[in-house]
Ligand binder design. Structure first.
Ligand code: CNA
Length: 291
């Protein structure tokens, strides 16, 4: 599918797209920033939460839950850790490769144009795509560590994996709570690094908001914090940001602001941007080192 050009709730604004492409070509952006969600990893074979057939639908059906979010709530984990352990057995994503979108992020880092990636994803594919750890804010943690959700004591990930494989629950030796990968569940606090790095959003001169439903607080505050003088480009299969109080609660305004919506699959839109910038060959060379 080619990238359709349109702005949120309005007619197409191709002049805005051209201004962004010209800015990239003329090296006008030096603090490109990403605000991302599960949609940038679906082409790597990892389902998102809310799409049809996504993890919400799968887990709600399998475990007979009353709400889609319930499976990933800390209260259910404490009560029935065996559900999540069972789920993890069928959710091995170690083999997953970075997508075109992750590689685009690494490519921009290599060009010294990347400010920061704020991601809700826990798969760590940003790192596999060539971004260094200090450029990525894992707002909801990652699956690369294991810890006690109560006291945060860190445990050996391989030991947790062995327990999961054997269907045995691993418990914290200090407080007896079940151990899980260090990913943030509903009802848990975000890691301190999210709050420490939050203000980097204000440095952004071009922000790509990609593959997210923008439903999870406080992560979904980030688009509000982008400076009014800089671009916000939403790349998603669907318009998002229309819940809560108004139909446009995160303030997208195509008439008065530097906002643009590019509808489509993130990888397709990224390839179009690369082509239009004349960067395709350079990108293919970069990609060859990572996949
Ligand atoms: P979500 O609520 O499931 O929203 C995903 C959004 O992306 C939806 O609007 C989809 O239409 C859109 N989308 C899906 N695929 C594509 C695509 N290829 N191109 C463009 N748009 C697409 O997921 P969010 O990330 O917004 O929700 C936050 C949760 C999801 C976080 O707590 C994550 O930890 C959690 N999550 C992460 C992963 C991962 O790490 N890969 C996977 C599943 C869930």
């Amino acid at each position: 599918m080619g990238a359709k050009l349109q702005t949120l709730g309005d007619e197409s604004h191709p002049e805005k797209y051209k201004e962004i492409i010209d800015g990239l070509k003329e090296n006008k952006f030096h603090n490109i920033t990403f605000i991302t969600g599960a949609g940038i990893s679906t082409s790597a074979g990892i389902p998102d939460f809310r799409s049809r057939g996504g993890l919400f639908e799968q887990t709600q059906k399998k475990y007979g839950l009353s709400s889609p979010e319930q499976f990933f709530h800390i209260n259910l984990f404490y009560k029935h850790p065996e559900y999540f352990y069972d789920f993890c057995k069928g959710f091995n994503i170690d083999h997953c490769k970075p997508t075109i979108t992750h590689l685009f992020q690494g490519f921009l880092f290599q060009k010294k144009l990347l400010n920061r990636i704020f991601t809700q994803n826990i798969d760590g594919l940003e790192l596999k795509g060539g971004c260094p750890r200090n450029k990525v804010t894992f707002a909801h943690g990652t699956i690369t560590k294991a810890s006690c959700p109560e006291c945060l004591k860190v445990y050996d990930l391989n030991e947790l994996k062995n327990h999961i494989d054997q269907g045995k629950i691993m418990y914290c030796t200090d407080d007896g709570k079940p151990i899980k990968p260090s990913v943030v569940f509903y009802g848990e606090s975000l890691p301190q690094s999210f709050f420490n790095e939050f203000n980097d959003i204000k440095k952004a001169d071009l922000t790509f908001i990609m593959g997210t439903g923008l439903k999870v607080f406080p992560f979904n505050r980030l688009p509000h914090e982008v400076s009014k003088d800089s671009w916000r480009v939403l790349i998603n299969r669907e318009k998002v940001g229309g819940a809560w109080f108004t139909t446009n609660w995160f303030g997208f305004d195509v008439e008065t602001k530097k906002d643009l919506f590019l509808e489509g699959n993130t990888d397709d839109v990224v390839m179009k941007i690369l082509e239009d910038c004349g960067w395709k060959k350079e990108f293919e060379d970069y990609k060859a080192n990572y996949v």
